[in-house]
Design a protein around this ligand. Structure first.
Ligand SMILES: *[C@@H]1O[C@H](CO)[C@@H](O)[C@H](O)[C@H]1NC(C)=O
Ligand SMILES: *[C@@H]1O[C@H](CO)[C@@H](O)[C@H](O)[C@H]1NC(C)=O
Ligand SMILES: *[C@@H]1O[C@H](CO)[C@@H](O)[C@H](O)[C@H]1NC(C)=O
Ligand SMILES: *[C@@H]1O[C@H](CO)[C@@H](O)[C@H](O)[C@H]1NC(C)=O
Ligand SMILES: *[C@@H]1O[C@H](CO)[C@@H](O)[C@H](O)[C@H]1NC(C)=O
Ligand SMILES: *[C@@H]1O[C@H](CO)[C@@H](O)[C@H](O)[C@H]1NC(C)=O
Ligand SMILES: [Ca+2]
Length: 525
């Protein structure tokens, strides 16, 4: 037992010299022989610029087609430099933002100059990886010939479907974005994930003095890990406990929106617009693959980064359990407790009964000779919890092991025959009702806790004699008419006439008419 403890300790030491969370598993000897021990693990940080795909917008923003001259802010009268896309020595294509520069030769992407001033000189640079990544150090963009005076860094976490601002940069934050200028060191632990505008990287200090624009990751980590990041456990603990902290450093795409070039510390000089443009020589993206603490390796396979998933997980980010290992719902590994964390391994069920994570109990039914899942959760049912309960339908965009795999039918009680729906969520409607949930009426019907045939309308069932149709439900008749469509006069000859007197026939005239009728003997009553 002592030997075993020593071995384990040795192993832990080995793990910590390797760097934290670098091992997913190791073979440990026990009295019962060797067994695998599993740990939370993550890939090493890497230079992700080697794997990024770059797109620049608008098309034609890259200089050199046609060839053009440009000047510099430092010496605006010496305009001997030329950009020519057809000459490899004078071309400045986008890939020069990610190349490895040799022999101290700086290579850079460059845009056209600001000839069309005052129309703004705008450019977007979109960087994509087709993989979730987590920043591990400062993002750094190196500008030649001066840093932009206004720019925005955006990020996407869903492969470019939606974007959010990550940081704003301007020489005057209030003027450019109506935001007060901040520095990362103004941020407290509670608001470390705040999106700020900073003036630190946009002010003119000369184009050679300061070329870099950063997104500070190290300074944000330092808030929890100390100035020299000596207490990484502190950071990892916060990563687990603070909502949104891990996501803050996560991205699949980045976008630089360049909104105004360097101006040389003064206003735009219209007589020499050839000195205004953007030029970027390098974009450094130190990050690691996000593998949800289930992989220690991330490899380039068919041009895409891919976690080498352990713990019986699978998927690009190890974000699901492998088939047959869905006894429990999938969970990301955890940094806690230090130093090895918790692997949250996916496990399989004895009897190989797959319950897609909706049940963790199986039972053997003797007379049927089958193993079946017991008490399926998340509104599922069936031997493998593979169906939806009655009154629910299958969520087409969810995997079978997703907690939201079944969606409630939500049939309208009044409009539908029962509360069940078909495979795409359509309920069965009563006469006159329509819509997926039967909460609408077909034409000719009106809704009043269910669908009823129209009593009146504007086409076939017109209210008569000046009546008006009230919500297809009834005719509102003038006082002297009645009937469903006001078709009947209240004062029909020979009947009692209780209606209010009509303005044209006064009581006296009515009396006169009656007298005439009485005095004519040939009328038989
Ligand atoms: C840059 O991207 C933003 C957001 O999609 C878009 O509104 C803008 O028009 C783009 N600018 C250029 C120059 O393509
Ligand atoms: C993105 O990566 C996934 C998984 O590695 C792959 O299936 C898909 O084809 C890739 N998409 C592109 C555009 O490369
Ligand atoms: C963050 O919080 C600190 C103190 O709680 C405050 O002084 C600072 O202004 C806040 N920063 C931002 C950007 O809100
Ligand atoms: C994954 O499943 C296999 C087969 O049951 C098992 O041998 C292995 O130890 C599992 N891996 C982990 C990390 O649990
Ligand atoms: C369907 O599943 C997707 C993926 O899990 C989920 O985002 C969505 O919310 C689900 N839809 C409903 C209506 O529950
Ligand atoms: C469900 O009903 C709707 C409307 O009748 C129909 O269009 C759809 O194809 C049905 N879906 C299935 C899976 O039967
Ligand atoms: Ca370069």
């Amino acid at each position: 037992m002592l030997l075993q403890a020593v071995l384990l300790l040795l192993l832990r030491c080995l793990a910590s010299t390797l760097g934290q969370y670098e091992l997913c598993k190791s073979l440990v000897s026990t009295d019962e022989g060797s067994v695998w021990e599993h740990y939370a693990c993550q890939p090493k940080a890497a230079s992700m610029k080697d794997y990024m795909r770059i797109k620049v917008d608008p098309p034609g923003i890259t200089c050199g087609n046609p060839p053009e001259r440009f000047c510099t802010l430092e010496n605006p009268y010496l305009c001997s430099d030329e950009c020519d896309a057809s000459n490899p020595d004078l071309a400045h294509p986008p890939q020069l933002m990610q190349d490895r520069e040799r022999h101290g030769l700086i290579t850079y992407w460059q845009t056209v100059t600001w000839r069309r001033h005052p129309e703004p000189l705008l450019a977007n640079i979109t960087l994509s990886w087709n993989k979730s990544l987590e920043l591990t150090d400062d993002l750094q963009i190196t500008f030649e010939y001066g840093r932009p005076t206004i720019m925005v860094l955006d990020k996407s976490m869903d492969h470019g479907r939606s974007w959010q601002p990550y940081q704003f940069y301007a020489d005057d934050c209030l003027d450019a974005f109506n935001m007060p200028p901040k520095k990362v060191r103004d941020l407290s632990p509670a608001n470390i994930t705040r999106v700020i505008c900073t003036e630190q990287y946009s002010r003119w200090v000369g184009s050679k003095n300061e070329k870099n624009v950063k997104f500070e990751v190290r300074a944000r980590f330092a808030v929890f890990a100390g100035p020299r990041l000596q207490n990484m456990d502190g950071l990892y603990t916060r990563m687990e406990s603070m909502k949104g902290l891990r996501d803050f450093f996560t991205f699949t795409n980045l976008r630089l929106r360049l909104l105004r070039p360097a101006l040389g510390g003064t206003y735009v000089q219209r007589d020499n617009l050839l000195k205004y443009f953007y030029a970027i020589s390098n974009i450094d993206v130190p990050a690691r693959c996000k593998c949800n603490l289930h992989a220690s390796q991330c490899l380039l396979i068919d041009g895409n980064l891919q976690c080498q998933c352990e713990h019986n997980t699978t998927g690009q980010d190890c974000q699901r359990c492998k088939k047959g290992f869905k006894a429990k719902s999938w969970k990301a590994g955890s940094y806690l407790p230090a130093p090895n964390g918790t692997p949250n391994t996916c496990t399989y069920l004895p009897g190989h009964c797959e319950c897609y994570g909706h049940s963790n109990r199986c039972s053997y039914i003797d007379y049927l000779n089958i193993v079946t899942c017991v008490s399926c959760k998340h509104n599922t049912r069936g031997q493998n919890c593979q169906h939806c309960r009655l009154g629910y339908f299958r969520n087409a965009s969810a995997e079978l092991d997703d907690e939201s795999v079944c969606i409630e039918c939500n049939c309208n009680q009044m409009g539908s025959v029962h509360d069940r729906c078909n495979g795409t969520g359509f309920c069965q409607c009563k006469d006159g009702a329509t819509g997926a949930k039967c909460d609408d009426c077909v034409s000719g019907y009106f809704w009043k806790q269910g669908c009823y045939p129209n009593v009146c309308d504007e086409e076939m069932l017109l209210c008569q004699n000046g009546g008006t149709c009230y919500q297809n439900q009834k005719c509102i008749c003038p006082p002297e008419f009645k009937g469903v469509l006001c078709q009947q006069s209240r004062c029909e000859a020979g009947k009692d006439c209780n209606g209010a007197p009509t303005p044209r026939r006064s009581a006296a005239a009515l009396l006169g008419a009656c007298l005439i009728l009485l005095l004519r003997p040939n009328i038989v009553y």
